[in-house]
Design a protein around this ligand. Structure first.
Ligand SMILES: CC(C)(COP(=O)(O)OP(=O)(O)OC[C@H]1O[C@@H](n2cnc3c(N)ncnc32)[C@H](O)[C@@H]1OP(=O)(O)O)[C@@H](O)C(=O)NCCC(=O)NCCS
Length: 343
């Protein structure tokens, strides 16, 4: 059975920086830089322009990851796209990305399978676990895993929506997971979910229980109340569960692997809130130099946070052969996961 390892990383964030002060000055949101920084650590986020789709952000990250892996798009055997902000309700963004990568063009078209994973902030780790299984089973040699989000298009950028609008930003990260006979790579995973809290962080604009699924006027145009249009969140419940679940799943994964926290060179936490991550680091006595964060610059980019961090670590020389890395995430669902790997 081959091992699965990350052979390439890439990332992309849109150039438009929106600071906390700009949320107030440009969008008229009743907030302050102090409020946001104190509770979340976020100083700015990126918003992409109208006309840009999530698959476009994913494409930029994917091209870099493919180049970094020293392969061509046609070497891919599978595309996995993690997002909660897909281009459309359906089909998934994976097929748009496949087309944009040029895999459907000309006589050499390669119609590789493409699937979307809808697991919000844990979506990248669920996708990485899926890619690893494909590679280890021999079903694929190279799998592209993308985490990308366009939150800016679906945030209530008014004072009414400030509890959520201040937290999220746009961005994309990608990795290529490849087969190797070398003794290295992705060692273990643990994934979990607790559907009792499915409504604690949700966007229910599409409500299939209704007939039709969105209320319509006499002309057949959709009418969506603000309470359904925008995401809802019980912030305190999310905070508490994030700390508990991320700490527990990380400990369980380390125990199962026979490693301790001291063995890990780099901890890459999902970037939902700097305070959540500082709690976890304090509880597990993880020194600051063993973590990196980008939430200050990008906000919560959901499925993109961990591949963005992986690419940053790779580009800055933090990942060398043998480096032991722990990845941990928690998000809507609730869902969570942890992965241990040896670079
Ligand atoms: C969102 C979060 C920062 C809110 O912090 P909090 O201390 O729980 O704050 P509350 O929601 O209780 O709001 C307190 C007050 O601040 C206000 N407020 C909310 N957002 C605000 C903002 N951006 N600026 C200023 N005030 C704001 C609220 O309206 C509320 O005012 P009120 O007391 O007059 O009603 C915090 O709960 C959190 O980080 N939770 C986890 C969120 C998360 O990680 N989500 C993604 C998971 S993957």
């Amino acid at each position: 059975m081959p091992n699965a390892y990350i052979s390439g990383t890439g990332s992309f964030v849109p150039p438009n920086v929106v600071t906390n002060d700009e949320l107030r000055e440009k969008y008229g949101i009743d907030t302050t830089n102090e409020w946001i920084v104190k509770r979340t650590g976020i100083e700015a986020r990126r918003f992409s322009e109208r006309g840009i789709a999530t698959s476009d952000l994913g494409l930029e990250a994917a091209k870099k990851a493919i180049a970094n892996a020293k392969i061509e798009p046609h070497d891919l055997d599978l595309i996995i796209f993690a997002t909660l902000s897909p281009d459309h309700a359906f089909p998934g963004s994976g097929v748009y990305l496949q087309q944009k990568l040029g895999l459907c063009d000309g006589p050499n078209a390669k119609f590789v399978p493409a699937l979307d994973v809808r697991n919000q902030c844990s979506g990248f780790l669920y996708s990485l676990a899926t890619a690893t299984s494909f590679v280890k089973s021999g079903a694929a040699k190279h799998v592209l895993v993308v985490g990308a989000e366009t939150h800016s298009a679906a945030l209530d950028l008014t004072t009414r929506g400030r509890g959520i609008a201040a937290l999220f930003g746009d961005g994309a990260g990608a990795v290529v997971v490849s087969a190797t006979e070398e003794d290295r790579g992705i060692r273990s995973f643990k994934l979990g979910a607790d559907g009792r809290h499915a409504d604690a962080l949700a966007q229910r604009v599409w409500d299939i229980k209704k007939r039709p699924f969105i209320d319509v006027d006499e002309n057949g145009n959709g009418l969506v109340p603000a309470s359904d249009l925008w995401a809802n969140m019980d912030g305190k419940l999310v905070f508490k569960n994030a700390v508990e679940r991320m700490t527990t799943v990380l400990m369980e994964t380390l125990l199962a692997q026979g490693w301790t926290g001291n063995d890990i060179d780099l901890f890459l936490f999902h970037q939902a809130n700097l305070r959540i991550n500082q709690y976890i680091a304090d509880m597990l006595a993880i020194p600051p130099e063993k973590t990196i964060h980008n939430i200050q610059r990008y906000g919560n980019t959901t499925a993109a946070t961990i591949p963005l961090l992986l690419d940053e670590a790779n580009q800055t020389g933090r990942l060398t052969p043998g480096t032991k890395v722990a990845l941990v995430a928690f998000g809507s669902g609730f869902t969570w996961g942890s992965c241990l790997l040896e670079w």
